[in-house]
Design a protein. Sequence first.
Lengths: 252, 252
Amino acid sequence: MIKAKTGIVMMNLGGPANLDQVEPFLLELFADREIIQLPLQRWLGPFIARRRTPKVKRLYQSIGGGSPILGYTEAQGRGMVERLDRLSPATAPHQFYVAFRYVQPKSEDALRAMHADGVKRAVAFTQYPQFSCSTTGSSLNELWRAASRTGLRDSFEWSVIDRWPVHEGFIAAMTDTVREGLEQFDPADRDRAVILFSAHSLPLDVIDRGDSYPQEVGAGVQRVVERLATPNPYLLAYQSDVGPVRWLGPST
Amino acid sequence: MIKAKTGIVMMNLGGPANLDQVEPFLLELFADREIIQLPLQRWLGPFIARRRTPKVKRLYQSIGGGSPILGYTEAQGRGMVERLDRLSPATAPHQFYVAFRYVQPKSEDALRAMHADGVKRAVAFTQYPQFSCSTTGSSLNELWRAASRTGLRDSFEWSVIDRWPVHEGFIAAMTDTVREGLEQFDPADRDRAVILFSAHSLPLDVIDRGDSYPQEVGAGVQRVVERLATPNPYLLAYQSDVGPVRWLGPST
């Protein structure tokens, strides 16, 4: 019995669901040369991952002991397939499959589940708005590698959604968030508040390979500022650099 | 007699009008710490400027012996004031004044001419589409400094147009240029041509101070690609880095 005709693979980095997953998550992340290239990576990657584990554990502890990303992704997935079934009966039933990069469920899990459900048409749908080799690129590469490993390389007819940096819904949501922030200011001062857009940074080596990420982040900022239509000064900065290589600035 | 009521100061870098102006132009450019900060600048700036002079002279020689930028700016200025006189009779007559940063006419020339013409309202109008501290910022600072030097600090009521990175006319012109380029390809291959957007680079130190230039360049690229509405792959790169500091990449 076919349980789904069209499968949507929701690709993302993922996050540790509980504190025991923090170290394996960081180990996998710092081993991925598509996200960061370190000198002596086989040694330096695990060193940085293990050294950061206690700090990252404390941060996850402070937000309830784990990343909420799986729950959020599943909630979005349920809403998405319900909407797709309504909008496109010809390709229904739709089903979503989560493919995280560094924690379970991974690409293999998504592919095997799609196969078991009888999916014929599959959409690789990145959950990263902007394309980067280190995020969507790494997820797509892993998805194709996993398809080979599982023997499912020819099992699906694929489409790819690899970026949506200025999608109407994304820009509207971002603008609402900024507006909520501005509303916390006294109306007399509100227009003078500086809006700081803080995107995750990338190592300069990734930028110098020609990554489209900063271009697309910049386009999104412009769209949000236009939609907001306030005179506030604003700035795009980059955060969360780590390790001994130079990252894209300005640093948040 | 008032010859002009509203003055529009067209600010730009400028370029040497003839080969004799190449060395003084480069000397001024490499002395400006708002455009580039070099170690031992007082010594290294002139050194780089003088070493580059013969090469830059040859390049200007090959395009007719000088930069066409003054002629182009004056042609645009004439068209602009004609249009402004028609669109806004209340602020007419309008007159344009060129203020280059490193060659004449400079800010002093523009300010003195405006004063002589009886201008009351002035618009500092950058000719750089995207804002950068190193271009528009440097020009604005120089304009205010020149106003002090000439004793004309309180002579005009100022407005500022400091950026227009996604202005409709700018995006339309850029898109037309890309389209003309694509039309040179065989229709069978056209959609596979890679569109390389090449913007002038900036030293990373300028970027790390929080310059808005890359964000605005990225926004313009997105707008051109959307307007073009072709499936061509595209890439934003940065060109013309010079000197011993690291610049924003990827390098064209």
